[in-house]
Ligand binder design. Structure first.
Ligand SMILES: [Zn+2]
Ligand SMILES: [Zn+2]
Length: 376
């Protein structure tokens, strides 16, 4: 006999909102477009709202408040708090508390609010449709945000603010532009539908599809396609590994609009203290994964002992480089304590760190060559 697990009660208002915005976006919006057309101004308002909602969630809710990866001037914080409310993803306080839980308990079905372990639908939208205990907000992990007056103001006035930004503002701009229904449908409803589901992809698809470049300890994945759709948040494997870094796409060619936006804010004095993970740690994570993959290939191949010995030799060298780096870090920590860093010492330290970075880089190349051989 199988025991049926009782599902938590449905949250009707949330379900109704998602269903209504989806139905209007998929039926009424295209119909209105064919029947009346949308002007360039209306498309412009749609694009602007979408961009500002997206950046307020990624640069604001996510990288500024949930992860504290940089510091921001009150002007920028007000801007992100107000436009973030238009994204209709709850207040900064609630969003960040849930997101910090997601990182801490990633893939643990009973604790991660949008655990990918419970499937694609659940992690995308299902977790919001029922009153699941795992999605209950626990404000114990956001003491820093409770001290932030802008965050608390937005939390207090969240519903009137989001109603104004989602209903009042489109109505107002529709009336001013003379294209009332066009603006309400496209910049109001359709923009909300698109922005919602593209953001939700980071909780769902970004835990299922793409490369596990830096770690296999959790389900997060890197995907340039998802990065294009989410203002740069698609490099999710990197993000789960190094959540304190203000970047998600670390290479210059990786699309990370949020990182570029934060940098523009830095140049204009609105942001500072941008946190970056040392390059060595990033290289170390990549190389560790290279070894894991090479080992896997080795187990499945009938190659001669000489290849196995070579990989073992490389691994030993990798361990030695890491050990040397750790010693260097300890040395620096002592120096800071004793305030002994003079210019010469600082430069010598920097050179040594660069040497170690270079050693890992070269080793990655060699492992890549070995992997090609093993893959045959
Ligand atoms: Zn995050
Ligand atoms: Zn995630």
């Amino acid at each position: 006999m199988t025991t049926q697990v009782k599902k938590p009660p449905l949250l009707f208002s949330t379900g109704f909102m998602f269903a209504a915005t989806a139905l209007i976006s998929l039926i009424v919006v295209p119909w209105y477009g064919f029947a009346h057309g949308y002007s360039a101004t209306t498309w412009g308002i749609f694009g602007l709202f979408w961009l500002l909602n997206g950046l307020s969630i990624t640069a604001g809710y996510h990288r500024l408040w949930a992860h504290s990866t940089y510091k921001a001037h009150p002007v920028l914080r007000w801007f992100l708090a107000i436009w973030g409310a238009q994204a209709l993803q709850n207040s900064i306080l609630v969003w960040s508390a849930q997101h910090r839980h997601h990182h801490k308990y990633v893939d643990q079905n009973d604790k991660d609010p949008y655990s990918a372990g419970k499937g694609l639908w659940y992690s995308h939208i299902g977790w919001m449709l029922r009153d699941y205990p795992s999605a209950e907000t626990d404000f114990k992990n956001v003491p820093d945000l409770k001290r932030d007056t802008i965050v608390m103001w937005q939390h207090r006035w969240y519903w009137p603010l989001t109603a104004f930004m989602n209903i009042g503002l489109p109505i107002l701009l529709g009336w001013v532009s003379g294209e009332f229904w066009g603006v309400v449908l496209l910049a109001g409803v359709f923009r909300l539908f698109v922005a919602h589901h593209l953001t939700f992809l980071i909780n769902s698809l970004a835990h299922f599809w793409g490369k596990q470049t830096y770690t296999e300890k959790n389900s997060a994945r890197d995907s340039w396609v998802l990065a294009l759709l989410t203002w740069g948040e698609g490099y999710h494997n990197f993000h789960h590994m190094f959540q304190n870094d203000y970047r998600n796409g670390i290479r210059w060619w990786q699309f990370d609009l949020t990182k570029w936006f934060i940098n523009v804010c830095r140049i204009s004095g609105l942001a500072w203290g941008l946190r970056r993970v040392p390059k060595f740690r990033i290289l170390r994570a990549r190389l560790s994964m290279d070894f894991v993959r090479a080992e896997r290939k080795l187990q499945n191949s009938q190659l001669e002992q000489k290849w196995k010995t070579l990989i073992e030799k490389e691994y030993l060298q990798f361990k030695n480089t890491i050990h040397e780096w750790q010693e260097l870090q300890a040395e620096r920590a002592n120096d800071v304590g004793e305030k002994l860093i003079n210019r010469w010492h600082k430069t010598a330290f920097h050179t040594h760190a660069k040497e170690l970075e270079y050693r890992l880089k070269m080793q990655r190349r060699r492992i890549a060559l070995l992997s090609i051989t093993l893959g045959k």
